[in-house]
Design a protein around this ligand. Structure first.
Ligand SMILES: Cc1cc2nc3c(=O)[nH]c(=O)nc-3n(C[C@H](O)[C@H](O)[C@H](O)COP(=O)(O)O)c2cc1C
Length: 249
């Protein structure tokens, strides 16, 4: 049942050797492509990687996260105006999609299809893991996957039959992310209350210790998602958007 699938799901990073059947994958992709899409333009593409040599080639661009080579299927979801632009030009229509808004539109489409594919896969008992490294190393992935101008990889998902049963990670209470009618900003007391449970967890305390930090937030700011890295990879991504023809205005 979809309710159970959604409420019990968790990211899977270890996969059994059992292959993912072509027919099953097609069915999952068919479901994924029913996701809402801007103006029904479907400005996305999905590159399927099953070949071990190709996975090995991609691995360093995902900072050698083991899921890339161990998962039977790797899916790279791309923002793609290339196909749509070509269709327009073939049909005496002038495309106006060489700008940042169009990139963002295509990226939204790509992420919606990615998440719908993930839900469909998880509902069939498969395990998935997103790889955020895609946006860090988009320039390298573009080369490895032969992505033409107008195409930018926005996320990668590894897919396979689960070979682990991890604990389900925590979430903030619903009230932390929900606002009624208008946005209600958070004061110090709200932040203390909303993050209390997360900070009190044994695994959070362990995480702080392992990283030699004093607070959980510092593990994010000083170790996992540092400003220096964010600025460095932002510059690369902005260059990718220019090179792929999305910043011509
Ligand atoms: C956009 C995005 C990028 C992610 N990148 C990675 C990644 O590079 N490596 C990884 O192991 N997990 C990655 N994840 C998985 C998250 O770590 C995971 O969803 C989060 O810890 C919550 O766990 P859960 O999905 O089991 O609830 C990513 C998730 C998202 C949505």
């Amino acid at each position: 049942m979809i309710r159970d699938t959604l409420l019990t799901r968790k990211t899977i990073r270890k996969y059994s050797g059992k292959p993912v059947d072509e027919k099953l994958l097609n069915e999952i992709l068919l479901k994924g492509c029913r996701a809402s899409t801007t103006g029904n333009m479907q400005v996305y593409s999905i590159v399927i990687t099953r070949d071990d040599a190709k996975k090995k080639e991609l691995a360093p661009f995902h900072f050698n996260q083991k899921m890339i080579t161990e998962a039977p299927v790797v899916l790279t979801f791309c923002a793609d105006f290339n196909r749509f632009n070509k269709w327009c030009l073939e049909r005496d229509a002038e495309p106006g999609y060489d700008n940042f808004l169009s990139f963002f539109t295509a990226a939204i489409d790509a992420l919606l299809v990615a998440q719908t594919v993930c839900i469909a896969a998880e509902d069939d008992g498969l395990g998935i893991c997103y790889l955020g490294t895609t946006t860090y190393m988009a320039h390298k992935i573009i080369e490895a996957l032969n992505l033409p101008k107008g195409v930018v990889p926005v996320t990668t998902v590894t897919l396979g039959w689960p070979a682990e049963k991890p604990e389900q990670p925590d979430r903030l209470p619903l009230e932390a992310v929900i606002h009624h009618e208008v946005y209600k900003d958070y004061n110090t007391k709200d932040i203390d209350m909303l993050y209390h449970e997360k900070e009190a967890r044994v695994d959070s305390k362990q995480f702080i210790k392992e990283n030699g930090k004093e607070t959980l937030a510092q593990v994010f700011t000083d170790v996992r998602y540092k400003k220096t890295d964010n600025v460095y990879f932002s510059q690369i991504l902005l260059q990718v958007l220019k090179d792929q023809g999305f910043m011509n205005q």
